[in-house]
Design a protein around this ligand. Structure first.
Ligand code: BGC
Ligand code: CA
Length: 199
């Protein structure tokens, strides 16, 4: 604004002009201050209380990446993926307890069968194998290694039978050619075993 515009410029006009310029400057300063404070207020509440959408997605992606890496590691070690679980078939034989210990060491447990699909998948390994079933705690009360009672079972004809009075407290897949292939067997017998890790 040109405040010295002519010879007839009166003192009053000049004063008014200064006032306008000063008010404008003050307004600018006020707005800048407001801008900065609002920006600071929102920025800090964003990062401390509610993580933004981008951060949530980044975190989820990271979790998924870690899961995929874990899956890849197991598969590289020979585990097989089926219906949200990984399965490992041992290449040696062992007692039921030592087999279970091996599975636990591998971050898994002896296989728990809870569907016909899973039973038939396990049979495809075509091996006599330990499964995670036992009545060691209470005779004739069969429990899976996670403490649950079987919801579906595939005992072979006349099994479980504690054969001729022997203590048969551990479950196995015996004649895998049959769908009903479970047998109770002395836990000290040595078998191939199958571990399962839920994913
Ligand atoms: C019986 C099973 C028994 C197994 C012991 C089989 O002949 O049918 O019930 O567990 O022998 O090896
Ligand atoms: Ca038996």
């Amino acid at each position: 604004m040109d405040c010295e515009s002519g010879a007839d410029t009166s003192t009053r006009k000049r004063k008014l002009c200064r006032l306008v310029v000063l008010s404008f400057a003050l307004l600018c300063i006020l707005q800048a201050t407001l801008n900065i404070s609002l920006r600071l207020a929102f920025y800090s509440s964003d990062t401390t209380t509610t993580p933004d959408c981008e951060a949530i997605i980044k975190n989820l992606t990271k979790q998924q990446d870690m899961r995929m890496n874990e899956l890849a590691r197991y598969i590289q070690q020979g585990w097989i993926y089926f219906n949200h679980s990984l399965y490992y078939v041992s290449s040696t034989k062992n007692t039921w307890n030592d087999s279970r210990e091996d599975c636990l060491q591998r971050g898994a447990d002896l296989v728990i069968i809870n569907s016909r699909e899973e039973q038939n998948f396990i049979r495809e390994f075509k091996k006599r194998t330990w499964i995670g079933l036992t009545d060691a705690e209470k005779e004739q009360t069969w429990k899976w290694v996670d403490g649950t009672t079987p919801t579906i079972s595939f005992w072979d004809t006349d099994e479980p039978n504690s054969y001729e009075g022997t203590d048969e407290d551990c479950g196995e897949i015996f004649f895998y050619t049959r769908e009903n292939s479970w047998n109770d067997q002395p836990c000290d017998s040595k078998n191939v075993w199958i571990c399962e890790k839920k994913m």
